[in-house]
Design a binder for this molecule. Structure first.
Ligand SMILES: Cc1ncc(COP(=O)(O)O)c(C=O)c1O
Ligand SMILES: [Zn+2]
Length: 420
């Protein structure tokens, strides 16, 4: 059951019915779901949540849906203690929230399962989105599961893994010659013309709520407590803002103690409008034209940038931007230290974390959670050149030992000595 009562404008606080709408008619502010937290508090307990399914739907009472979920098991992904990476970075209590483990290998399954469920409740026949790649994968998959039509819009220069990762589910896949911001503008216009559920346009108030589940899960997995510090990748800024909201809600519902979590946000330097505004100390985001290998984060005009800056200020977190070289190094560091192959957004987070530690902005004893939001097989182009090619050998010991010796300069002799 849902405890929602209305949509409310974040700016002027006017209320609206729970319809597929997203912007205030009076002030153009974004609309957000309103909950009855008092009633929710009566109905919810840690035990009730713990008895729920191993997916985001264990938090159904905190989400804005009534109907049967469109469910491919998004969420309840592992929270791993990162001993080796922590040691490398100088952090004693580093955790990785591994959202690569979602059904379409990114955190977007969390938002889409909520949006798809709501779209079906509203009676839509078509699920749509403007995407930097991962969202399109997830919308196409959830539409397939629900038997809905899917039409997904992406910039035409995306990585192959992101394109195949949508096409496989049979959507109408539209590759637009333009940046994500242009794709998004096109979709906003189309949403006024076609009766489709654009998950991140007219369904945005509901869709965005799905990201709160990352905050809930991390707190539950830490034994019902908020971490001291989160580091989160930012594109539109929605994920970052909603993790904070999720933690705040748990405290409001007395499921955890008060929250003292510093929220840090990471971007690629080639598209860092939120971090640039934070560094300049201004609430005004200046849109940029993205130029980075972190394509999933390449949003030059971030819809929730303003609210992300508010959370950064309120929580005492930091903004950090990293170069494309650091993105690749971050992906490699994570893979080699912890066995997790992240996409470019993960490289942004790990290198961003490294920078914050080096700048003395994280304490060695803080409980830190780094959010790894998407999987690396989708962005192979980013790392391929940085990796050693395989040893290429004939199926003989001699060929193998020769190749190994050439690669390492030592292997052959030692192996030969031991064998004789
Ligand atoms: C892997 C990954 N991480 C993080 C983000 C950032 O999401 P948001 O737009 O909510 O800031 C995205 C956005 O597409 C993404 O694909
Ligand atoms: Zn308003």
């Amino acid at each position: 059951m849902s405890f929602t009562s209305a949509l409310r404008c974040r700016e002027c606080k006017r209320e609206y019915p729970l319809d597929p709408i997203y912007v205030c008619d009076f002030c153009f502010g974004p609309l957000e779901v309103v909950y009855d937290y008092e009633a929710m508090r009566q109905a919810l307990s840690r035990e009730k949540i713990e008895r729920g399914p191993l997916s985001v739907w264990r938090y159904a009472d905190l989400l804005p849906c009534e109907g049967e979920p469109v469910d491919i098991c998004a969420g309840f992904t592992p929270l791993l203690k990162a001993g080796r990476l922590g040691e490398e970075l100088g952090l004693r209590h580093l955790y990785l929230k591994n959202d690569c483990a979602n059904p379409t290998w990114s955190f977007k399954d969390r938002v889409v399962t909520v949006a798809a469920t709501k779209a079906r409740e509203f009676g839509f026949g078509t699920l749509a989105c403007a995407s930097t790649g991962n969202l399109a994968n997830s919308v196409a998959a959830h539409a397939a599961r629900a038997g809905l039509e899917a039409i997904v819009f992406i910039p035409s220069d995306l990585e192959r893994g992101k394109i195949v990762g949508s096409a496989i589910y049979g959507p109408t896949l539209v590759a637009v010659d333009g940046s994500y911001d242009e794709v998004n503008r096109l979709c906003s216009e189309l949403a006024g013309k076609y009766p489709w559920a654009f998950v991140n346009v007219n369904m945005r108030p509901y869709y965005a709520e799905g990201s709160k589940t990352l905050g809930y899960e991390v707190a539950e997995q830490l034994g019902w407590r908020a971490p001291d510090h989160c580091i989160v990748p930012m594109a539109s800024g929605s994920l970052y803002v909603k993790i904070w909201k999720g933690l705040q809600e748990l405290a409001k519902l007395r499921l955890i103690d008060s929250v003292h979590t510093k929220m840090s946000g990471a971007q690629a330097a080639g598209c860092s409008p939120i971090v640039s505004a934070w560094e300049a100390g201004t609430p005004n985001i200046r849109p940029v034209r993205p130029h980075t290998i972190a394509k999933s984060l390449a949003i030059g005009n971030p819809a929730d940038g303003y609210y992300a800056l508010q959370v950064m200020a309120e929580s005492g977190g930091f903004g950090v931007a990293v170069s494309d070289e650091e993105v690749v190094e971050g992906i490699q560091l994570l893979a080699r230290a912890e066995g997790i192959f992240a996409e470019t957004a993960g490289g942004v987070v790990i290198s961003g974390l490294k920078r914050l530690v080096e700048a003395g902005r994280l304490g060695r004893d803080e409980v830190v959670v780094a959010f790894i939001t998407g999987a690396g097989l989708k962005t192979q182009e980013a790392v391929t050149e940085a990796l050693s090619p395989p040893l290429h050998v004939q199926p003989t010991i001699a060929s193998f030992e020769q190749a190994l010796g050439e690669r390492s300069g030592v292997g052959t002799q030692r192996t030969a000595d031991r064998a004789s």
